[in-house]
Ligand binder design. Structure first.
Ligand code: PAF
Length: 282
């Protein structure tokens, strides 16, 4: 039953024309007191739900979207196998406080067939950008479109995708977007694995092994070991490592260690700073 529902009923828009019809009235009613926006690709987990809850705490209205964006997948197989759990997603989003759910189609968001795109020329070229050609062009383009579609005042992203978060933040600044970009801490499973929709695709054996990524990140900081140590330990245990690299991040330029590694055909990423490792939160 839906008896203990704390939130109102979520309105689901299955195409954008219906949303554009209602949007004017919704903005007029809520934008002054804040509209929070959480873009997702679905297969919602507690990381997404923490974004929706924070959006609810800071805004009068919360909009989320589910759109598996083809332009950010450099690997067609990864796109084809991306998990889809729509019915559960709708229930979870609503129970976390989402008021409006946008489910646009490819035709809705790419009327231009992706002729127009946003591209960044520095930070998007390292780390995941170096290993996934075109990935961040796809991300920045869809996020700019979704910002325009939602007209939100605040948007929420997880720090698990740290490079994505920083690129979106700097895009908002570069284009004078009238919205705030808010990053929230990575939500982890009990064994430390960063929550990700792709975790659903791991075999049971690989799912157990996957916890090594965050465990090695933490251990490498507390035991003063290098990025190279993390890479060689992961390789030794059967991961195919894309990169383990340190980069200064944030206003204080503190060092952050970034990992991307495959188990089978599932690509996992994570990142951690020394203070985060010392806090020992899993
Ligand atoms: O982080 C994601 O799920 C996606 O990259 C995003 C931000 C929804 C854009 O498609």
């Amino acid at each position: 039953g839906r008896a203990c529902h704390m939130t109102g009923k979520m309105k689901v828009y299955r195409n954008l024309s219906a949303w554009f019809e209602d949007r004017g009235a919704i903005l007029k009613k809520h934008r002054e007191r804040g509209i929070g926006f959480v873009p997702t690709m679905g297969a919602l987990h507690d990381g997404h739900l923490s974004l929706i809850r924070q959006a609810k705490a800071q805004n009068e209205l919360v909009i989320a979207s589910i759109f598996v964006n083809p332009t950010q997948f450099n690997n067609p197989d990864d796109y084809a196998k991306y998990p889809s759990t729509l019915e559960a997603d709708l229930r979870l989003a609503e129970s976390a406080g989402c008021d409006v759910m946008l489910l646009p189609s490819k035709e809705d968001v790419y009327p231009d067939q992706y002729r127009y795109r946003v591209s960044e020329s520095e930070f998007s070229k390292i780390l995941c950008g170096a290993h996934r050609p075109g990935h961040f062009d796809g991300v920045l383009t869809i996020v700019l479109k979704l910002f325009q579609i939602s007209q939100a005042s605040r948007s929420y992203f997880g720090q698990k995708d740290y490079q994505q978060l920083e690129l979106i933040r700097s895009m908002a600044k570069a284009f004078f977007l009238d919205l705030e970009v808010i990053g929230l801490p990575t939500v982890r499973e009990a064994d430390g694995l960063a929550m990700s929709s792709r975790n659903l695709r791991l075999t049971p054996e690989d799912r157990k092994k996957a916890a090594m990524i965050s465990q090695l990140l933490r251990q490498s900081f507390t035991e003063h070991k290098s990025a190279g140590f993390v890479a060689s330990e992961l390789s030794k245990h059967g991961f195919r490592v894309d990169y383990v690299e340190d980069h200064p991040t944030g206003p204080s330029a503190e060092l952050r260690r970034f990992v991307a590694a495959f188990l089978g055909d599932v690509r996992l990423i994570d990142n951690m700073s020394a203070p985060e490792a010392a806090r020992g939160t899993t």
